[in-house]
Ligand binder design. Structure first.
Ligand code: SF4
Ligand code: SF4
Length: 98
C-alpha cells in the first residue's frame, strides 16, 4: 500500500498560500454525490463579494475560488448547506434538486 505523504502545516499568510480546492488534491473525493443530494447551493454572482468564506468552510473542498470568481463542483457537492449558512451576503441559496 502506498504511504501517505505528510506535509508540515504552515499557517497561511495570504490568500495565495491557501491551496486551490483544498480537499480534492488530497484525493478524498472519490464518490460522486450528485445522485443522492436533495438540495444544491446556487451562487448569485450579483450578491457575491468574493470574500472566500464559503470556500474555506465547505467540508468537502468542492468550492473553487479563482480570480475572485466562486464556483461549485456539483459532481461532489453533497448539499449540506454550510456554504449557504456561512455566506453573510446571502449570495448562496439552496434549491431543491430535480
Ligand atoms: S461566502 Fe458568499 S460572498 Fe463570500 S465568496 Fe462565498 S458566495 Fe461570495
Ligand atoms: S452544500 Fe456543502 S458540500 Fe456543497 S458546496 Fe456547500 S458546503 Fe460544500
Amino acid at each position: 500500500m502506498k504511504q501517505v505523504k505528510l506535509i508540515e502545516y504552515e499557517e497561511p499568510k495570504t490568500w495565495a498560500d491557501i491551496p486551490w480546492a483544498t480537499c480534492s488534491e488530497a484525493g478524498i473525493l472519490i464518490t460522486k454525490n450528485a445522485g443522492w443530494r436533495n438540495e444544491r447551493p446556487v451562487i448569485d454572482p450579483k450578491k457575491c463579494i468574493g470574500c472566500g468564506q464559503c470556500y474555506l468552510y465547505c467540508p468537502d473542498g468542492v468550492i473553487s475560488f479563482a480570480e475572485g470568481e466562486v464556483s461549485i463542483d456539483y459532481d461532489f457537492c453533497k448539499g449540506c448547506g454550510i456554504c449557504s449558512g456561512i455566506c453573510r451576503r446571502g449570495a448562496i441559496r439552496m434549491e431543491e434538486e430535480r
